[in-house]
Design a binder for this molecule. Structure first.
Ligand code: KG4
Ligand code: ZN
Length: 326
């Protein structure tokens, strides 16, 4: 089954064609990073206008087969910025109406979770414990199959990606901050600061990163070496993420451990999990472009969305920042 995916939940305009949840025929992403650097963060109205300007061109580039060969149109329906979601869902609804193809609303976080299936041929063994960690979400999820899942824990305040972005901003680094922290951290000393590891031994699978962020802020009053702050912060944040992921995997007798979402691009986090996962198979997205927001993960996940949840051609989607729990 060939599905066209559309993703506009935040600041990436993306369209992709994916066959049977795995084979990526095209994956076009138009990033708005340069636009949002001027304001050091995403202004929703500006993001929405940029999506409007880009979506037709991105769609045309991604459509590498005649549209008649596409079986369904999938689109991120939430969570995300409402004004950004409206651009993608309106575009998808229109395509579905014009070409008489069913419409599949996909939860953005579910898309990130299924990103580990993209461009993989081997079988995934269940149960899987997945940590999906981005700017807007931070969840530990147990998967019993592609469609049966249980949320084990989530962040009580900031997501780890948000903490990366805010610490980078405090250090005067450019937007988005996560890649900047991971770029300079290898030049710093991880032991320069003894930053807290919030909730690392809480006995549950929830997270909290606002205390870590405040601890970093308190250190930035006098003289400091940017690289040392970045290295010590990254070590603390990744220690919490990987520890809780490993404990959850042990408790759930997971056959595989997965990492997904924007922060899965972080090399230090990948290495920490690899060192700690023992004999359990560890996967992160097979390609860097599947870590941060993309439409391949939406088209891939749509393959597993029950046909009962597909919408008839031309039906309008109600995008919502709180689109269900998954
Ligand atoms: O999944 P994503 O593109 O958007 C959301 O769904 O939120 O994730 C974006 C987040 C940002 O917070 C960004 O700073 C972070 O992922 N990120 C990273 C890295 N690359 C992206 N964080 C740490 N290290 C990276 N290499
Ligand atoms: Zn995302």
């Amino acid at each position: 089954m060939l599905i066209l995916g559309i993703e506009t939940s935040c600041d990436e305009t993306a369209v992709s064609l994916v066959r049977d949840g795995r084979e990526v025929l095209s994956n076009v992403i138009s990033s708005q990073i340069d636009i949002h650097r001027a304001t050091n963060g995403v202004v929703p109205e500006v993001a929405a206008r940029a999506h409007v300007g880009q979506i037709q061109a991105v769609y045309e580039e991604a459509l590498v087969v005649p549209i008649e060969e596409v079986d369904a149109i999938a689109v991120t329906a939430g969570p995300g910025l409402l004004t950004s979601l409206i651009v993608g869902t309106s575009f998808a609804s229109t395509l579905s109406w014009v070409h008489k193809q069913p419409l599949i609303p996909v939860n953005h976080i579910y898309g990130h979770i299924l990103s580990n299936w993209l461009e993989r041929e081997d079988e995934i063994e269940f149960p899987v414990v997945v940590l999906t960690v981005s700017g807007g979400h931070n969840d530990l999820v147990l998967l019993r199959s592609e469609t049966e899942f249980e949320i084990l824990g989530e962040t009580l305040d900031d997501a780890a990606g948000e903490a990366y972005d805010k610490v980078a901003k405090m250090l005067g680094l450019q937007y988005p901050g996560g890649p900047e922290i991971s770029r300079i951290a290898p030049k710093g000393n991880v032991n320069a600061y003894d930053f807290p590891r919030p909730m690392i031994s809480s006995g549950d699978f929830d997270f909290s990163f606002s205390g870590l962020k405040s601890a970093v802020r308190r250190e930035l009053t006098g003289n400091f070496v940017e690289e040392d702050v970045a290295a010590s912060f990254q070590e603390a944040a990744n220690d919490v993420l990987s520890s809780k992921l490993i404990v959850a995997a042990q408790k759930m007798s997971a056959k595989e451990i997965h990492l997904a979402g924007g922060v899965s691009a972080n090399t230090n986090l990948r290495e920490m999990i690899s060192k700690r996962c023992g004999d359990v198979k560890f996967r992160h997205p097979s390609n860097m472009t599947f870590c941060t927001d993309n439409a391949a993960m939406i088209a891939g996940a749509a393959f597993y969305v029950s046909k009962d949840d597909w919408l008839k051609p031309g039906m309008a989607i109600q995008p919502s920042p709180d689109f269900g729990d998954f």
